[in-house]
Design a protein around this ligand. Structure first.
Ligand SMILES: Cc1cc2nc3c(=O)[nH]c(=O)nc-3n(C[C@H](O)[C@H](O)[C@H](O)COP(=O)(O)OP(=O)(O)OC[C@H]3O[C@@H](n4cnc5c(N)ncnc54)[C@H](O)[C@@H]3O)c2cc1C
Length: 344
């Protein structure tokens, strides 16, 4: 069985920055491996971000401060992926793609942790494991049933289909909902946005202003305080949407795109033996779970408010500090700390 000091599960912003922090702390590239179930790193950015999206450093109003070696500045989707790409290259850490971690077993002691990691392809042994699998593998779904026949007309992302001149319903009220709507309009579709509240409280000012502009010039049909009761099938297997509110009634669409966020992959985390507080993992300093040597990172640490790339980068720095202090006796290098204008 291949043995590593550090196995990182998930190669998104959290996993990649953790690998970078580990390298800067003196671990050798061959002592680390990253495993990702997707075909390429940063699945969320590749699959859920609209192509022309501005990737903001202060996403959800979180301060764009960098504590660690990686630092996001406002950039395009393409540049963000490139930055993460370069970071992987610079670390020299191998990433095994299309390799899904299915089981993590603790076989060590409190002082000398050790784990067996089972994937769909192999087994690995590691001293320390960091789980950075994000929350979007499990997008939140509506609480009413969706007819199976509508499978091809209902989406939880924006990149798995390309369409123009369609009548599309976007459901949600956060940044993703606004970005999905803006993107679909740009592609030449008619967009209706349904949100259950009477005003947007979670959107950043950029997305809110863009949305308000589109509403003002009638390019988007905004249904505030709207709740869907059920979805039926109309001709050509298209969705027929029944709203609870009489004023919205029944509406026909070509497609529906849900932007309802994601949720913690509780079953997977609980299968490792990690304890939970409510619906979030019970962690201490640096994201260490109740199992010594088993850490969680990125969005899994962000709680209800949701995470961001900068949050994931900074959390990795804290995680590595704890790993060094408690287990690997390494030193997080101050020398490589991000300073203005210096990027990994
Ligand atoms: C539409 C949208 C727009 C956003 N815009 C911004 C923005 O402008 N700025 C910003 O800072 N943030 C933004 N975010 C949030 C940001 O994308 C997340 O906070 C960030 O991606 C979290 O990083 P992560 O590494 O924790 O998780 P993820 O990015 O979700 O990465 C997890 C990785 O783990 C892999 N994985 C999952 N399960 C397994 C498994 N069992 N085995 C192996 N691998 C696995 C996945 O394939 C994935 O590559 C946005 C999010 C969305 C959905």
């Amino acid at each position: 069985m291949k043995t590593y000091k550090l196995v990182i599960t998930g190669a998104g912003p959290a996993g990649i920055s953790l690998a970078a922090e580990a390298r800067m702390s003196g671990l050798k590239a061959e002592e680390i491996i990253m495993l990702d179930k997707a075909e390429a790193h940063s699945w969320v950015i590749r699959s859920l971000y609209p192509d022309k999206k501005l990737v903001t450093a202060n996403y959800k109003g979180m301060p764009a401060i960098c504590h660690g070696v990686m630092c996001l500045q406002d950039s395009t989707k393409h540049d963000t992926i490139n930055y993460l790409d370069k970071a992987i290259q610079k670390t020299g850490v191998v990433v095994n793609y299309q390799e899904e971690v299915q089981k993590i077993e603790s076989i060590g002691t409190k002082k000398e942790p050790e784990f067996i990691i089972t994937t769909n392809k192999d087994k690995y042994k590691a001293k320390i494991v960091v789980i950075a699998i994000g929350i979007f593998g499990k997008p939140n779904k509506p609480d009413y049933p969706i007819p199976r026949k509508l499978k091809d007309k209902i989406h939880f992302d924006i990149t798995s289909f390309r369409t123009t001149e369609e009548n599309i319903l976007v459901v949600g009220g956060g940044d993703s909902a606004s970005e999905f709507a803006q993107f679909l309009i740009e592609m030449g579709n008619n967009v209706t946005l349904s949100y259950r509240r009477n005003k947007f409280v979670k959107m950043n000012s950029f997305n809110l202003n863009s949305l308000n502009e589109l509403v003002k010039c009638n390019r988007i049909n905004l249904l505030l305080q709207s709740n869907i009761e059920k979805i039926d099938i109309q001709k050509e297997n298209k969705p027929l949407v029944f709203f609870k509110e009489k004023k919205y009634g029944i509406k026909k669409f070509d497609r529906i795109v849900y932007a309802l966020g994601g949720s913690t992959p509780e079953n997977f985390l609980k299968s490792t033996g990690i304890d939970f507080v409510g619906d979030v993992p019970d962690v201490k300093e640096g994201g260490e779970s109740t199992i010594p040597g088993l850490f969680v990172g990125g969005d899994l640490l962000a709680g209800k408010r949701g995470g961001s790339i900068s949050h994931a980068f900074n959390a990795s720095r804290n995680t590595m500090e704890q790993i060094c202090k408690n287990y690997l006796h390494c030193h997080v290098s101050e020398h490589f700390k991000y300073e203005k204008g210096v990027k990994l």
